[in-house]
Design a protein around this ligand. Structure first.
Ligand code: GLA
Length: 736
């Protein structure tokens, strides 16, 4: 069992990490250690600083001695590393918990009230989360904290995934008192670290340039990221990492925090006056309040914490393993997924059945498995200004309906997939005319349009039921095995016509609960359908979505060079098989760049591969290249999706990028090397591989040359940047 309890001290142990906290004075949870494995902490001496300090609040209830006995020593809570700090008494840093009680006071005092340990992991009610399967080395610790005065109980949950060096945390609040309580700050996790010599890494961007890596040294005060947009967003991803100043891709301490949630969030590090660093992550307290009636429960989203003692690379591989196998679900979790072609950039709204079938036929001839019909098939949608919500086929474009087209595609020997944007409504739609109050809005305030559309109010059950029925009716009507689930704007005027005034600040979270309910219902009802998430590209690329949809359209920017940055950044947390990646036309529709067909293929191949262009416009030579790419991808996708990723060169640090994938059995190694710009008389790049067997020999497929694993790892390979926007792929086979 990976959880030990010794003398009121809790040890959570993964393969390479220990997470330790203790109960002081039978009441207070004090954090002791997160990092490399420690057998036992032994004496408390010199672990936490107990000296009273001038200018700090004395926590009068907490008198205890170095040996654990009660002593006449005043402890300052603000000096202690806290496990789950609440607002109101001596810790004046930002709390993990803050609430308002019936009489208006906002003071909480959680005291330790017991614990439970069990094998496996419970599901989180209404929320996406990691899970355990029978036989997994996974166990859970629950700690009860109680506020005596009000009867409020916080159940801190810690699930230890031993193999993945991961701990999944969340908190459940149970109102055991007689009165309603208004929850205001409900972090999923708080970790207090000694020292401030850390760097903070996060993934930020905008539409078409999502998840670029930003890494900055911490300084005193707040540093962090958030979203108040009603989606995890293009702007920030719900992930931060704290790393030692000397940490790099292959070495040093790195702590990753990844929130399994798709809505408003906060993730921050706060360096205090004693140079301690408090990390908090969870629901955004801004514009949030939740009225918890007596007897009711509230569940926070889950945060997954990964500790790596060997840099960012190991942290990412741990996240990849966990998210690929114990967050993603369904028939497509492990199965090879189809190579698709999407008509969006080939036709935009301007298509008919003939055009789509022509694309499908050409695609079939080069080995594509799935034809996806994107936006514009319903209502009277010739532009993005109408019809969202009216999920009825437009017979002007598709006279034989979706079923007619889908059947013809299936007859070609392909699968058929369809685009939806189920959370939206256009002001010019039958749905809006029938139910103007179904959109997110606030009475007497104007409606802000984004992409000329409004968002449906998914905090309402009737709206959720409509979406489920409308999407299900289409899926039931035709042989559809793939859905692209889009969401193309952020929220404004947040509020619901149905919520009472004291519940209005629950809106943003209630929307997410509604969305998750809709997704759970549809994915359960249509297990044969592969769902791909999308939000104007990667505006909701988060672990919450991956629980329902094992792949997400990574970005609307499919330019091969920009994708180096986006996919490299995304790979910090998310495995290759989750990243939708397509070869699109040149000049690229987003940035006008002309990258070679080879580079476009080699970049898309390190994700969930597909095409998004009119194949009829390609030359015979290019079509031949496409055929070869699909064969190559199908041959190697298992290694790319399920193998171990080593990031050898970062596009953020130079003119090239190198990625290496080692198959699970260690027998095949793929090296992708990309050049952005050619250099005259270029310097030699010495690329050293990782994760090989130093005692084995490897054969380079293209030449038959043999290399020792030690030579490839410690000496490396010479490569040069030759042509603009070019790439090379090397395949090594381990000699048996
Ligand atoms: C969003 C998606 C695109 C495409 C369009 C259709 O922008 O990200 O891939 O589906 O919507 O309107």
């Amino acid at each position: 069992m990976a959880i030990r309890v010794e003398e009121s001290t809790f040890y959570l142990e993964t393969k390479a990490s220990s997470y330790i906290f203790t109960v002081y004075d039978e009441k207070y949870l004090v954090h002791l250690h997160y990092g490399k494995r420690i057998g036992t902490v032994g004496q408390m001496e010199r672990i936490v600083d107990l000296d009273p300090r001038p200018g700090f609040m004395a926590d009068n209830a907490a008198y205890f001695g170095m040996d654990g006995s009660r002593a006449e020593q005043v402890v300052c809570a603000e000096v202690l590393p806290q496990e789950y700090p609440c607002y109101g008494h001596g810790d004046l840093r930002s709390p993990a918990f803050h609430a308002q009680y019936k009489d208006g006071n906002r003071i909480t005092e959680f005291h330790y009230a017991g614990y439970r340990v069990f094998e496996g992991k419970k599901a989180l009610k209404g929320l996406p989360a990691t899970y355990a399967e029978p036989g997994d080395r996974v166990s859970t610790l629950e700690i009860d904290l109680k506020d005596e005065l009000t009867g409020l109980c916080a159940v801190l949950s810690y699930t230890v995934f031993e193999e993945q060096d991961a701990i999944a945390r969340s908190v459940r609040f149970e109102n055991g008192g007689k009165d309603a309580i208004t929850l205001q700050t409900v972090m999923s996790a708080n970790v207090d670290f000694y020292g401030k010599d850390w760097d903070l890494t996060h993934l930020d961007g905008s539409w078409a340039r999502e998840r670029h890596i930003h890494k900055n040294p911490l300084t005193n005060g707040y540093q962090g990221i958030d979203s108040k947009r009603g989606a995890s967003s293009h702007v920030h991803n719900p992930f931060i990492a704290l790393s030692g100043r000397d940490a790099g891709e292959e070495h040093g301490d790195v702590y990753g925090f990844s929130l399994v949630y798709s809505g408003n969030f906060i993730a921050e590090a706060d360096v205090d006056q004693l140079d301690m660093t408090r990390v908090r992550i969870g629901l955004h307290p801004f514009d949030f309040a939740w009225k918890l009636d007596a007897g009711d429960e509230f569940q926070t989203p889950e945060v997954v914490m990964v500790y790596s003692d060997a840099g960012f690379g190991k942290m990412s591989r741990r996240f990849h393993d966990l998210y690929r196998t114990r967050l993603c679900r369904g028939a497509y979790r492990d199965a090879p997924r189809p190579v698709l072609i999407n008509n969006w950039e080939a036709t935009y709204f301007n298509f008919n059945e003939e055009k789509i079938l022509n694309i499908a036929k050409k695609a079939k001839s080069v080995g594509v498995d799935l034809m996806v019909l994107d936006d514009g098939w319903f209502g009277k949608r010739d532009l993005d200004d109408c019809s969202l919500g009216d999920w009825v086929v437009d017979r002007r474009k598709l006279p034989d309906g979706i079923d007619g087209l889908a059947n013809k595609v299936v007859e070609l020997g392909m699968q058929f997939g369809l685009w939806f944007e189920p959370e939206m409504v256009s002001p010019d739609s039958d749905l809006f005319r029938a139910h103007p109050d179904w959109c997110i809005h606030v009475a007497n305030r104007r409606l802000s349009l984004g992409r000329r559309q409004l968002i449906l109010d998914l905090s309402r059950q009737d709206v959720c039921a409509y979406i489920i029925d409308a999407v299900a009716a289409v899926l039931d009507s035709a042989p559809i095995t793939y859905v692209k689930w889009d969401m193309n704007r952020n929220m404004t005027e947040m509020g619901s016509a149905l919520l009472a005034p004291e519940h209005q600040a629950e809106f943003a979270h209630r929307y997410m609960l509604g969305l998750y309910y809709v997704m759970e219902t549809l994915t359960t009802r249509f297990p044969q359908v592969l769902f791909e998430g999308c939000s104007g590209g990667g505006g909701r690329f988060d672990p919450g979505m991956l629980y329902y949809m094992p792949q997400i359209w990574t970005s609307d920017d499919s330019d091969a060079v920009e994708r180096l940055f986006i996919q490299y950044g995304t790979s910090m947390v998310y495995p290759a098989g989750t990243m939708g990646a397509h070869v699109s036309a040149v000049p690229n529709h987003q940035v006008g760049r002309t990258a070679s067909i080879k580079m476009r293929g080699d970049v898309a191949m390190t994700g969930q591969f597909g095409y998004e262009l009119d194949l009829a416009l390609l030359s015979d030579e290019e079509l031949e290249a496409v055929r070869g790419q699909i064969q190559q991808y199908k041959k190697y996708r298992d290694i790319i999706h399920n193998g171990a990723l080593y990031r050898l060169r970062s596009p953020f640090e130079g003119n090239n990028m190198a990625l290496e994938y080692v198959s699970q059995d260690g027998n095949t190694v793929l090296l992708f090397y990309y050049t952005v710009l050619a250099k005259p008389n270029p310097a030699v790049e010495r690329i050293q591989l990782r994760g090989l067997d130093t005692n084995a020999n490897y054969i380079l497929e293209e030449s038959g040359a043999q290399f020792g694993g030690d030579r490839l790892m410690h000496l490396g390979l010479n490569l040069k940047d030759k042509e603009d926007f070019s790439s090379r792929v090397f395949v090594f086979k381990k000699k048996q």
